[in-house]
Design a protein around this ligand. Structure first.
Ligand code: THU
Length: 289
């Protein structure tokens, strides 16, 4: 697969049921309150959620930026955290509007957040000023990997050495809170065409949000050293065939290195060769802004 295909199917605003139309319109309206002085990229989201008593309610949110870029919160997480704070933890539909259309699909971190509260939730991504949408499910945002699977017992020497190194990194992880050790190696070339490997391990922080993924440690070291071309990310996972094998935020960081970098997943017995488009379909990227 080589294209960045839109998620779900195209549906005209007029063909949506009235509740979906209400969600889309609510998301559109709240995007006007976006606090986006850094990006000038207003986003709005509306989420239909259910509480333990079976009651449903619509929550909305816009993106809220900060002088310190990482403190930015996206519209989807703003809406979603408001719902959870009121006790509505089952999401059944999510609408997203990036008003500078085209360019609208949730970022990797929001995908990771949304999948926590309902894989089956309907996803409505507005694609134009007539409020027509791509209609899919939240589960589509972070699918399982597909690709060539090889047994670890039968790998060429360079691959076997990489697996060995990944397991060492995993074992060294600092994970007192998540208890989720992980090793990553990011391989890329510099402008002169020479390749280098960069290592990373998972590093937790007591604030949880200040934790950094193994893959991100490796990718940021590579960028710091000027190695950003022809990227390949190799990472340990619990099961190469699991749903959402690499965290959404990591996939979003990898997206900054190109539309479709190569990815290798390694579990206890297998290696799976895949790429970013298969793990982060219809991604939000540098071209979206
Ligand atoms: N943004 C969202 O609100 N949701 C997304 O899924 C993608 C990005 C916001 C964050 C930031 O304020 C601006 O859009 C540019 O990334």
């Amino acid at each position: 697969m080589n294209e960045n295909r839109p998620l779900g199917e195209h549906v005209r605003f007029g063909s949506l049921d009235s509740l979906s139309q209400h969600l889309v319109t609510t998301a559109w309206d709240v995007s006007h309150r976006a606090f986006c002085f850094q990006s000038n990229f207003p986003v709005g989201s509306a989420i239909l959620a259910e509480n333990a008593a079976g009651e449903t309610k619509v929550f909305h949110g816009c993106n809220v930026e900060n002088n310190f870029f990482p403190a930015t919160i996206c519209a989807e997480r703003n809406a979603g955290t408001t719902a959870v704070a009121e006790g509505y933890t089952r999401f059944s539909a999510v609408a997203v509007v990036c008003r500078k259309i085209p360019g609208g699909s949730p970022c990797g971190l929001c995908r990771q957040f949304l999948t926590q509260f309902g894989l089956d939730a309907t996803l409505l991504c507005v694609v134009d000023h007539d409020k027509n949408v791509q209609l899919g499910t939240v589960g589509d945002l972070l699918p399982a990997a597909t690709g060539l699977v090889l047994p670890l017992s039968d790998l060429p020497r360079t691959d076997a050495a990489r697996v060995q190194r990944l397991l060492e990194l995993k074992a060294r992880s600092y994970v007192p809170y998540s208890k989720n050790p992980r090793g990553a190696i990011f391989r890329a070339a510099n402008a002169a065409g020479s390749f280098k490997n960069f290592s990373g391990m998972a590093c937790d922080n007591a604030s949880y949000g200040g934790s950094i993924a193994a893959e991100n440690v490796a990718m940021y070291a590579a960028r710091t050293a000027g190695y950003t071309v022809s990227p390949l990310l190799s990472v340990t996972v619990s099961d190469v065939h699991s749903h959402n094998p690499i965290d959404g935020e990591v996939l979003q960081v990898l997206r900054e290195f190109g539309k479709n970098p190569d990815i290798i997943l390694i579990d206890d017995s297998r290696m799976l060769v895949t790429d970013l488009i298969r793990l982060l379909p219809d991604s939000f990227g540098p071209e979206s802004l």
